[in-house]
Write a protein that binds this ligand. Structure first.
Ligand code: ASP
Length: 366
């Protein structure tokens, strides 16, 4: 139990990509005493066409696997360069040299793809901890995956809770944890959002702030609609609908840990901290005043039109049609129906290969 307000602040790669933005993130954290737990991604792109540190690490891993020494060292030096730019500007007395030696040896020993990918968050976390004077907590010791690779929520929650509450404040790298055999495992891409949510749940935060490079969710796609308004409040389930339709600001799985604990997520813009952002919460007292929260869309669907005379009298007809699609592991998006006809709407890429086989089954069996 805690009496003061407690916030978890997660910073995405774009917010930590260069010294100016990294410095901005530090100022934001320092501006509020309650931002006691900080989760970081690896430095992202500084400009369009730039490389994300995580992508460089994957490339480095591939070069090591292929025994391509020249490529390995060239890419590894680019990663080092990214961190020395940050370190020189923000924390000149600090050195990551030893860590780089360990990582270089680890990559050469082929410690695994996930180990390689996770080092961007690890180094970024170390640097941020040093800049803030906060303790560094390595998720390898307190974020756990099970033997089958699934995230171990309860084991993690217990371990994180005791480590973090005893420290009172800390920097925790996002994106990874460890397997029962002590190897490193990562979440899927963009997974630092999930770590932020797990940390918020473990410390029973009042708010999970997710700092990124946009001021929250927009009511429509700005490439289609001119100057859409921002969504200030949205429920977890509305967000799930919008994310499924392609509005990607937050990792889809990041809502589950905080949703259970009823902790709101606040999406904020590091470049415009004064903007309202979006608050994601199940039951908000604040009403937006709009009957529709937002509109999103998805392209490339195909519709199969099925017509049969007197279909309406045949019980189980649609079920038979759907079971044919089930055999091909095709998920169905929508089934608008008429009296003697219906349409099955599916994603084009799922059905393309087997379309004619499926249609033949429809004709035979229905
Ligand atoms: N650095 C990882 C990625 O690029 C994870 C993250 O940023 O959340 O996907």
């Amino acid at each position: 139990m805690h009496n003061e307000l407690l916030k978890v602040a997660k910073f995405g790669g774009s917010s930590l990509s260069d010294p100016r933005r990294f410095g901005e993130a530090i100022s934001i954290i320092k501006a509020q005493e309650e931002r006691r737990f900080v989760v970081v991604s690896a430095p992202g792109k500084r400009f369009s066409g730039d490389e994300k540190v995580t992508d460089l690490l994957y490339a480095c891993y591939d070069a090591a696997q292929n025994g391509n020494q020249e490529a390995f060292h060239r890419i590894f030096d680019r990663i080092k360069e990214r961190f020395s730019l940050l370190q020189d500007a923000l924390c000149p007395d600090f050195s990551l040299d030893e860590d780089f030696e360990t990582i270089c040896a680890g990559l050469k020993r082929r410690m695994g793809k996930d180990y390689a990918a996770s080092r961007g968050e690890y180094l970024c976390g170390k640097l941020m901890a040093k800049c803030l004077g906060y303790p560094f907590v390595d998720p390898a010791d307190c974020v756990f995956f099970k033997d089958d690779g699934a995230f171990d929520s309860e084991h993690t929650n217990g371990a994180l809770h005791s480590v973090l509450t005893s420290l009172g404040r800390a920097v925790i790298p996002g994106f990874y944890g460890s397997m029962p055999n002590d190897t490193i495992r990562t979440f899927s891409r963009g997974g630092s959002d999930i770590t932020g949510s797990i940390v918020a749940r473990a410390v029973d935060a009042d708010l999970y702030e997710n700092w990124t490079d946009v001021s929250g969710f927009l009511m429509a796609d700005p490439t289609i609609v001119k100057n859409p308004k921002g969504i200030t409040h949205i429920t977890y389930s509305e967000l799930r609908e919008l994310s499924y339709m392609g509005a990607s600001v937050l990792h889809e799985e990041a809502i589950f840990p905080v949703k259970e604990a009823n902790i709101p997520i606040h999406i904020l813009n590091t470049n415009r901290p004064q903007d309202a952002g979006t608050i994601i919460q199940e039951h908000s007292k604040v009403k937006s005043g709009y009957p529709i929260t937002g509109i999103a869309g998805k392209k490339d669907f195909m519709s199969i039109y099925v017509y049969k005379k007197h279909m309406s009298n045949e019980v189980g007809f649609i079920r038979k049609a759907l079971s044919i699609l089930e055999k091909y592991h095709i998920s169905i998006e929508h089934i608008p129906s008429g009296i003697d006809s219906f349409n099955i709407v599916v994603e084009k890429k799922e059905i393309e290969e087997s379309l004619y086989e499926i249609l033949a089954h429809f004709k035979d069996e229905l």
